[in-house]
Design a protein. Structure first.
Length: 394
C-alpha cells in the first residue's frame, strides 16, 4: 500500500517547484472526474445543515464587502442562553441568486476529501495548507480586484469561473508590510475560464479578479499555503541566539558611545556567523518541519493502549515527518514537535507508516521481527504523541 500522488498535486507538474513555485502563475487543464471525490454539492449542503459555522468562518461576500448576517440567518437562543445564527434557506438562496459569493473557511477540517487534498499538498510543498470554499452563481465579483498575502492552489470542482490576472506590483508583499503594493493596471495581462478539474497556481501578491460570468454556477477550492520568509528566519535566529549572554543582556541605553558600539558589534558578529553558514536555511526548515501542526484525530475507543489486534488500522497524521537511522542501531522518528527513538527492528514498520497510507497491524509487522504486542506498543507511543490515529479492530 503506497500513497499515490493526489491528482491535483500531479497536475502541478514535475517541474513545478523549479520553474513556477513563487515565480509565476501556472494553469493546468484537467477533467471533472479527477476531482469529483474531493467535495460535492451534497457535501456543501450537509455542511450548512449540520454544522454551526459562525461568521467570519462562513460568510457571504459581494463587491468586496461582507453581507450582514441578518440578511440570511435568524438568531436563536440555545438552552444555556448562548446565541447562534441559524441559516435561513430561502434568504440564503435569495442572496446567492442576487450575486453573493458563499465562502467557508478551513473546509479541510470537516470534509474528508478536502483534508486528503490538503495533506497531500502539505507533503509535496512542505507547507501548512488551509482550504477555503467559494461558491457563486453570477458574474458579480465577490471580492473585486485584489491580491493575497500567500500563494494559492485553486481547484475548480464544478461549473466554471472566469479569472483575470493583472500580475504583481510589489515583490512578495506581506500581511504586515511596510508599504502597500501599487495599484494594478486597468486591463488584465491574462484572462481565462476554469472548468471542472482545472488547477491554477498563483503566487502571493498577484492582483486578480474572479467571477462566475459564464452563465452557470461555480464551486471551487482555494488552498492557501503558509509563507516562510527572510523575516521568519531572522525571528528564528533571534530565538536560538538567546543562548549567548550578549543577546540576553539589557541594551546599554544609558551607556557610553563605546559601550553601545561594542554591543552592536557583538550582535552583528553573532548574526553574520549564522548567516555565513550555508546550512542555516536547511536547519531552519528542518526544525519547522519537525514542529508541524498535526491535524488532530482521536483514536477512540483505545484510550489507554492500542490492542495487539491484527485488524487494528493505523495511519500517520503528519505530512512532514522524518525518519533517520542513527548510530548504535536505532531509528529516530520526528514528527509534530516530538522525536522517538526505536530499535532498528522497527524500521520496516515505520517506513510503511511514513508513506501516510492506512495499514492493518498485521500488515505492519509482516516481514519484521516485531511481535504484534511490540508493534502495538510502538503505535501507542505515537498515538499518545498525537501524530498517529488508530481504529477498527474486532
Amino acid at each position: 500500500m503506497t500513497a499515490e500522488r493526489h491528482a491535483v498535486v500531479a497536475r502541478l507538474g514535475e517541474d513545478f517547484l523549479a520553474e513556477a513555485f513563487g515565480r509565476s502563475y501556472r494553469l493546468s487543464r484537467g477533467d471533472g472526474p479527477s476531482v469529483a471525490d474531493i467535495i460535492t454539492w451534497d457535501d456543501v449542503n450537509e455542511l450548512l445543515a449540520r454544522y454551526r459555522m459562525e461568521s467570519p468562518r462562513l460568510r457571504l461576500s459581494a463587491d468586496g464587502a461582507v453581507i450582514p448576517l441578518d440578511a440570511y440567518t435568524v438568531p436563536e437562543v440555545a438552552k444555556r442562553r448562548t446565541v447562534f445564527h441559524r441559516m435561513h434557506p430561502a434568504a440564503l438562496h435569495e442572496q446567492l441568486a442576487k450575486g453573493a459569493t458563499l465562502v467557508i473557511d478551513a473546509v479541510d477540517e470537516v470534509i474528508p476529501g478536502v483534508q486528503t487534498l490538503a495533506s497531500d499538498l502539505e507533503a509535496a510543498l512542505r507547507s501548512k495548507v488551509q482550504v477555503n470554499l467559494y461558491a457563486s452563481w453570477t458574474a458579480r465579483e465577490g471580492f473585486g480586484v485584489h491580491w493575497d498575502d500567500h500563494d494559492v492552489v485553486v481547484v475548480q470542482i464544478d461549473g466554471s469561473k472566469r479569472w483575470k490576472l493583472y500580475g504583481p506590483t510589489r515583490t512578495a508583499p506581506m500581511h504586515l508590510d511596510m508599504a502597500e503594493p501599487e495599484p494594478p493596471p486597468e486591463e488584465p495581462t491574462v484572462e481565462f475560464v476554469l472548468t471542472p478539474g482545472d488547477v491554477l497556481y498563483l503566487p502571493r501578491g498577484w492582483w486578480h479578479a474572479v467571477s462566475a460570468s459564464e452563465g452557470e454556477r461555480s464551486l471551487h477550492l482555494t488552498c492557501g499555503l503558509s509563507t516562510t520568509t527572510g523575516a521568519d528566519l531572522i525571528v528564528w535566529l533571534s530565538e536560538i541566539l538567546r543562548s549567548n549572554d550578549i543577546v540576553r543582556a539589557d541594551l546599554p541605553r544609558f551607556g557610553t558611545s563605546g559601550q553601545k558600539r561594542e554591543t552592536v558589534s557583538a550582535l552583528r558578529d553573532l548574526l553574520v556567523e549564522e548567516l555565513c553558514d550555508e546550512g542555516t536555511i536547511d536547519r531552519f526548515f528542518a526544525l519547522r518541519d519537525a514542529d508541524e501542526r498535526v491535524r488532530f484525530r482521536p483514536s477512540l475507543p483505545f484510550v489507554d493502549r492500542v490492542p495487539a489486534d491484527p485488524k487494528v488500522k493505523a495511519r500517520l497524521l503528519t505530512t512532514r515527518h522524518t525518519l533517520q537511522v542513527s548510530e548504535g542501531g536505532t531509528v529516530v522518528f520526528t514528527a509534530g514537535g516530538s522525536s522517538w527513538t526505536f530499535a532498528d527492528l522497527a524500521l520496516p514498520l515505520l517506513e510503511r507508516l511514513a508513506d501516510r497510507s492506512e495499514y492493518q497491524l498485521a500488515d505492519l509487522v509482516t516481514g519484521t521481527a516485531l511481535t504484534l504486542d511490540q508493534a502495538a506498543g510502538l503505535l501507542t507511543e505515537l498515538v499518545n504523541g498525537q501524530v498517529l490515529t488508530v481504529g477498527g479492530g474486532t
